[in-house]
Design a binder for this molecule. Structure first.
Ligand code: ADP
Ligand code: ZN
Length: 295
């Protein structure tokens, strides 16, 4: 049976595993995200130890962004210049590929999670989906024809411009933009605006009206730009499940009947949905990347 190495590089932790299939995790290890000098050798040591026992067929890596995904440039597979300390221009794919000598699939974390949901989760049976994560940051994985949208770099949907709620006096939390989705609606923005942990805000707090409105604006933009078959909303903030009906109502009201299709007008409960894989989406997506890299 084929074994695959899967890696999730996150803003706070790294997760590496050896898996034989979506329900068959053979080994897993986690360590805190520090610097590439420390973390890349840790990833290689874990994978190489297993590879020496039973050869891995291939490896899949879902990475925090921004990353270089253009295969025609020499720094393909590295972290792009970023405000995150230590990681600007750090190669990720090259050292792992050199150490293991097997094919390596690589994509953005949120695109990887979208592939996991497409293959084994809330996007099964579909071809065009968008997966938003609304957590410490906001990003969207866009899948077209079963593949990550071919790109110049990768989408940065978390920084789309929104119309500010006229009652919202919070300055915004993005150091690059005023009034972008991440700056207005990511977990840290909610917590700074209201001065309390997001999970402690009661369901009837006006915070959630703002939140649903901002997310709905982004979904409307997404429907108009990409026209996916389904939109999946994950990440810590979406654990507030009462947001789903609020978001759906807001999207319907904003679209105002313009997208005249049953998926939106009659079945919006199946159109804007929670993830099915929970916190496993990234790992399972990395398995999809590994399997595709081996083909
Ligand atoms: P990360 O984005 O760091 O990978 P999460 O998706 O869990 O991790 O996002 C963390 C953010 O989500 C925090 O800023 C926190 O405010 C928010 N969050 C986490 N859990 C909840 C919850 N149950 N309700 C509301 N907000 C939450
Ligand atoms: Zn921004």
């Amino acid at each position: 049976m084929a074994l695959y190495g899967v890696v999730e590089t996150g803003g706070t932790k790294m997760v590496c595993a050896v898996v034989a299939g979506p329900d068959d995790i053979r080994a897993e290890v986690r360590f805190p995200t520090t610097s590439p000098e420390e973390n890349i050798p840790q990833i290689i040591a874990f994978l190489a130890a297993h590879h020496a026992q039973t050869p891995l067929t291939s490896i899949g890596i879902g990475s925090f962004g921004p990353i270089v995904l253009d295969k025609s440039v020499p720094n393909y597979g590295s972290v792009a210049p970023t405000t995150k300390p230590f990681w600007s221009n750090a190669p990720v794919v090259a050292p792992i590929q050199a150490a293991l000598g097997v094919p390596v699939g690589f994509d953005l974390d949120v695109t990887t999670a979208a592939l996991g949901e497409l293959t084994w989760g809330a996007g099964q049976g579909l071809h065009h989906i968008v997966y938003y994560t609304i957590g410490t940051g906001i990003g969207a994985g866009i899948i077209v024809n079963g593949q990550p949208l071919p790109c110049m770099m990768h989408p940065e949907s978390g920084h789309q411009r929104l119309s500010r709620n006229p009652l919202d006096t919070f300055a915004g939390n993005c150091s690059f933009h005023l009034d972008c989705l991440e700056g207005l609606a990511a977990g840290p923005a909610i917590e700074k605006r209201w001065g309390t942990k997001a999970h402690l805000l009661p369901p009837d707090h006006v915070a959630w009206e703002y939140e649903a409105d901002y997310i709905a604006q982004a979904i409307m933009n997404t429907i108009l730009l990409v026209s996916p078959q389904r939109i999946i909303l994950g990440g810590g903030v979406m654990e507030q499940l009462h947001l789903f009906p609020m978001i759906r109502r807001n999207v319907l009201s904003r679209l105002n009947g313009y997208i005249n299709t049953p998926a939106i007008l009659d079945h919006i409960d199946d159109y804007i949905v929670p993830p099915a894989l929970g916190n496993q989406a990234g790992m399972l997506g990395a398995l999809v990347l590994a399997m595709r890299a081996a083909e």
